[in-house]
Write a protein that binds this ligand. Structure first.
Ligand code: FES
Ligand SMILES: [Fe+2]
Length: 361
């Protein structure tokens, strides 16, 4: 067999989809705040087993999820007097990861210290910083609207068997909606590239659309009929590699008597590396409408999930195929106009890794 590999064009900016491409010196989401309680939660983050828990006063804490005695997962233990207690032989750890009691002996094993991680609760999420403590130079990104009663939030979580950067690029190039999601989103007019630009460190895109029926995914949340032509402006923002937003700014030019004409659906896409080739994906679809009904929330969640299942399926097959192909990354990769925001993702990623003394192949 002759080698069928097309020649790479040499211009490719690597995204590291087959390797450890996780910047350490940034905030990643460890969990939704509702997941973290005084009952320990096990979660792989950036290829590290982490245990998350709360102290009696609600403060979140995170330790390496491996007892230094015989390596039992501490997440199988429990929290008592603000100490995490190993389920195997009862060693007790404080929030700094220091063993403060070994109940089977009187002498304290002073070397029994495991890594602890800085965590912060901000908005609806628990964020974690897994790099240098001295490098913490910012607060976690703002997601306060998700706990604002003026908004109705429909959210969900997936573990996706694909590298985080594939999801990040996916949600920043929504021209795929007209193709991959033609039977779910049913929004076939997004077929040209948006304007892409930077606002400080934030990657942004923006595009206006002519009158057209709104995707049925969002009609119920806004109380709009599925066949009614509306105007919309799509605006996206990526304040950090960990999180991006996609706003559907909707304008109804002929609202029914007493009804609003403007609505926002703010999509939120949070990705956190898990084990190699796996990603935690926290999503939310939020409407600037207080208290949508339970029926509308259930319907919206079902339809958004049906659409995101299509992304998950495609990205998992993409990852598996590239990983199994002996030619791997040595294959032509063409960039289109609609990849503007995705290219900025790669540039930011490579810059962040370079600042940590690392590079991608
Ligand atoms: S393995 Fe944790 S105390 Fe023995
Ligand atoms: Fe999608």
């Amino acid at each position: 067999m002759t080698d069928q590999t097309p020649k790479p064009n040499g211009q490719r900016i690597p995204n590291g989809m087959l390797e450890d491409n996780y910047p350490r010196n940034m905030w990643w989401v460890a969990a939704h705040r509702d997941e973290v309680t005084t009952k320990p939660l096990a979660r792989w983050l950036l290829e590290v087993p982490v245990v998350l828990y709360r102290l009696a006063d609600g403060t979140p804490a995170a330790l390496y999820d491996r007892c230094p005695h015989r390596w039992a997962p501490l997440s199988e233990g429990h929290v008592e007097r603000d100490r995490l207690i190993c389920p195997y032989h009862g060693m007790e750890f404080d929030t700094g990861g220091q063993c403060v009691k070994a109940p089977t002996q009187t002498m304290m094993p002073k070397t029994a210290q495991i890594p602890s991680f800085t965590v912060r609760e901000a908005g609806a999420f628990i964020w974690i910083w897994m790099g240098d403590q001295e490098a913490i130079d910012c607060d976690p990104p703002e997601v306060g609207y998700q706990i604002d009663p003026n908004w109705s939030v429909v959210n969900g979580y997936y573990e996706v068997a694909a590298n985080w950067v594939l999801i990040r690029e996916n949600v920043l190039d929504l021209t795929h909606i007209a193709f991959l999601h033609k039977n779910t989103f049913k929004q076939d007019d997004w077929i040209t590239a948006p304007d892409t630009y930077m606002e400080g460190e934030t990657v942004c895109y923006e595009q206006e659309f002519d009158l057209a029926p709104l995707s049925p995914l969002f009609c119920a949340g806004m109380g709009l009929p599925e066949d009614k032509p509306i105007k919309r402006v799509q605006k996206g923002r990526m304040p950090s590699l960990a999180i991006s937003f996609s706003d559907w700014n909707v304008y109804d030019p002929a609202p029914e008597a007493g009804r609003r004409s403007d609505f926002i659906m703010r999509g939120c896409h949070i990705v956190t590396p898990s084990t190699r080739g796996h990603t935690h994906y926290f999503w939310a679809a939020a409407f600037d409408v207080p208290e949508i009904s339970e029926d509308v929330a259930v319907k919206t969640k079902a339809s958004v999930t049906a659409a995101f299942d299509e992304d998950k399926n495609l990205l998992e097959k993409l990852q598996a195929s590239v990983a199994a192909d002996p030619r791997g990354l040595d294959f032509l990769e063409v960039t289109l106009g609609a990849d503007g925001a995705g290219i900025k993702v790669r540039q930011i990623l490579n810059k962040k890794l370079a600042a940590e003394g690392r590079s991608l192949r």
